[in-house]
Ligand binder design. Structure first.
Ligand code: AMP
Ligand code: MG
Length: 182
């Protein structure tokens, strides 16, 4: 299987879709944001994961490299991460060349939903400090992620699978994902 990367903008439900799709499979789940946050909290850069995207780009890049090295040593995993991260300076590639080449994935899953659906899910999620994007900004973010996913594919030879996670359609999302995990 190798490394399967799963991406999707905050609030799309990527973690839920992948956990269900991987049920019963002997595969380890790794959340890149958690690997990064563990390092960032340990070194006193942040107090929680939602502060990381406001760090300087240099700090975020250093965290990406350290985390990529850690993940590369783990073998076959499903890696939950982001195609792009919205920083105050613009979109930051989540898997720039020096990261994607270390991780060398076999497939990249991009979980999407309608911008309106994501907007409403974010409003109803008090557990995270989500950014207050408009519906248009959410659409732009998903468009950027699709484009950069194919760039990551060109750098790594991975396939890209778009999976739709519409409201009340988790089973359909899981069904689209399962073949990628075989
Ligand atoms: P998540 O729990 O998936 O929303 O991730 C939490 C945070 O981890 C994100 O808001 C980003 O700051 C950071 N993060 C996750 N993956 C990456 C990545 N590939 N590159 C840079 N930052 C990332
Ligand atoms: Mg998640």
């Amino acid at each position: 299987m190798g490394v399967i990367i799963v991406t999707g903008i905050p609030g799309v439900g990527k973690t839920t879709v992948m956990k269900k799709a991987a049920e019963g499979l002997a595969v380890e789940f790794v959340t890149f944001g958690t690997v990064m946050a563990d390092i960032a909290i340990e070194t006193c850069l942040v107090k929680n994961r939602d502060e990381m995207r406001k760090l300087t780009l240099e700090q975020q890049k250093e965290l990406q490299i350290k985390s990529a090295e850690k993940v590369a040593s783990m073998g076959n995993v499903i890696l939950d991460t982001h195609c792009t991260v919205k920083t105050p300076k613009g979109y930051m590639p989540g898997l720039p060349e020096w990261v994607i080449k270390r991780i060398n994935p076999t497939a990249i899953v991009v979980v999407e939903a309608d911008s309106e659906e994501i907007y409403n899910r974010r409003i109803n999620d008090p557990s995270r400090n989500r950014d207050p994007d408009t519906i248009e900004q959410i659409a732009e973010h998903q468009m950027m992620n699709r484009a950069i996913a194919m760039a990551y594919a060109a750098l790594s030879g991975a396939t890209v699978k778009i999976v739709f996670n519409h409201d009340n359609a988790i089973d359909a999302a899981v069904k689209q994902t399962v073949p990628v995990l075989k």
